[in-house]
Design a protein around this ligand. Structure first.
Ligand code: ATP
Ligand code: MG
Length: 403
């Protein structure tokens, strides 16, 4: 903004509804920081483009924040929640952008306070991004506080736990005033961490694990194994629903589905029954590893949590991991089921994952699965299987669905 136009903003009467997007600056240094901000801006634009109603102006970078302007207050309110879901966003404040003066900010605060439920106490919390505004933040607090007390003589300033916190930020020639804030999902912008292949069942855990990776900035290709043709394809539909539910967070657009039933049948025939699950899982990991190389992904992801089921012991993890060349990430390894369930509820995947379905997990399950598999037992049996041929067959017909 030029000096002239910033002065124009200072004196103008214009009021714009805005969402002010806050992100953590901690740990973002040098070049990292501009990559982070650029990705976050792009991802917010993509998320806004998915909204059915509402018009917004370009997402703008202003000192330490991103700014989205709207034509109406209702549109700003409607957009805040979706913006808050974009990984990297810590908070979204819904407020008004006005001329950079105490009077304009006070008028904005009066209007905003009248939009909220009844309240008694308040506090003003001002921030000045740089010194181009001549009054420091303590003084802004005092003066706007005074003007608000004049306007609401029956209300009081309260320093600790006030009913309403009136935030005023003086940034780049404008005042941004807000009293309402939506908590963001946190994490890092999708696209800032590279790609992973996530083994995505229709169960409870892997959607949560997948989300955790998206939240840390990873782009994800989902990989699902259905029991087809030995079972119905219900699990495939549920996984697509899960992908659609997680997609608004950004970063999950690709899904590969493998009909796994016949390979399980072959394994069940050739392998001692207590080792079947280990072999199913090794084949899944072998497929995932090859898919990852094709997708340019740098790691695999599963929803395993230590000791949760027989296949999730340290011994079995070791034997299954040995087949993967890429690192296998397990974001839920130390998470309790009860915490995973709470997170699935928040994400909206719980309902989908709770629907009963056949998938390859329910197929040809042994009565007593091995809990302490040994590589020296597993490897010779594995070497005798036509794994190379299976992988070629699977990849010859593999299609990636995009969302
Ligand atoms: P989930 O709730 O994610 O299904 P789970 O508790 O049922 O996990 P397992 O069946 O041992 O546990 O699966 C462990 C992990 O292996 C899953 O979290 C997922 O990452 C992967 N996995 C299991 N089944 C499938 C499948 N049918 N398709 C893709 N990945 C799978
Ligand atoms: Mg499962």
């Amino acid at each position: 903004m030029t000096r002239n136009s910033s002065q124009a903003t200072r004196t103008s009467k214009a009021v714009y509804p805005v969402c002010l997007v806050h992100y953590h600056e901690v740990g973002l240094k040098g070049r990292n920081r501009s990559v982070f901000e650029r990705k976050l801006k792009e991802n917010i634009e993509k998320r806004l483009a998915r909204l059915e109603h509402g018009h917004y102006d370009r997402v703008m970078r202003i000192s330490g924040r991103l700014l989205v302007s709207f034509a109406t207050w209702e549109e700003a309110c409607r957009a805040a929640e979706p913006i808050a879901q974009v990984p990297g966003v810590v908070r979204v404040s819904i407020g008004l952008r006005t001329a950079q003066s105490l009077e304009a900010a006070t008028d904005a605060a009066l209007w905003l306070l009248n939009q909220t439920a009844p309240w008694v106490s308040f506090k003003v919390n001002a921030r000045r991004a740089n010194t181009d505004f001549p009054i420091d933040s303590m003084e802004i607090n005092r003066r706007i506080g005074g003007l608000l007390v004049e306007a609401f003589p029956d209300r009081q300033v309260k320093m600790r736990e006030p009913d309403r916190m009136v935030h005023v930020e003086m940034i780049e020639g404008s005042a941004f005033t807000y009293v309402q804030t939506v908590k963001g999902v946190g994490g890092l912008p999708v696209g800032s961490a590279g790609r992973v292949v996530s083994l995505l069942s229709a169960g409870l855990d892997s959607p949560v694990a997948t989300f955790r990776m998206m939240r840390r900035g990873a782009q994800v290709t989902g990989l699902h194994f259905s029991g087809a043709p030995e079972t119905t394809s219900t699990s495939e539909h549920l996984v697509r629903e899960i992908v659609e539910t997680l997609a608004p967070f950004g970063g999950l657009k690709r899904l590969a589905i493998v009909a796994f039933g016949s390979y399980q049948r072959e394994i069940a025939r050739a392998v001692p029954s207590e080792l079947r699950v280990i072999f199913y899982r090794r084949l899944m990991f072998a497929v995932a590893n090859r898919l990852a190389l094709r997708e340019g992904a740098k790691a695999l992801v599963t929803g395993e949590s230590l000791g949760q089921v027989a296949s999730q012991t340290l011994d079995n993890i070791l034997v299954v991991d040995a087949i993967a060349e890429l690192p296998v990430l397990r974001p839920l390894i130390g998470t309790d089921k009860i915490e995973i369930i709470a997170e699935a509820h928040r994400l909206g995947t719980f309902e989908i994952s709770s629907q009963s379905h056949d998938d390859c997990c329910t197929l040809f399950m042994p009565r007593n699965p091995e809990t302490h598999a040994k590589l020296k037992v597993v490897e010779p049996i594995w070497a005798a299987l036509p794994v190379g041929e299976w992988l070629s067959q699977i990849f010859d017909s593999l299609e990636i669905e995009t969302f």
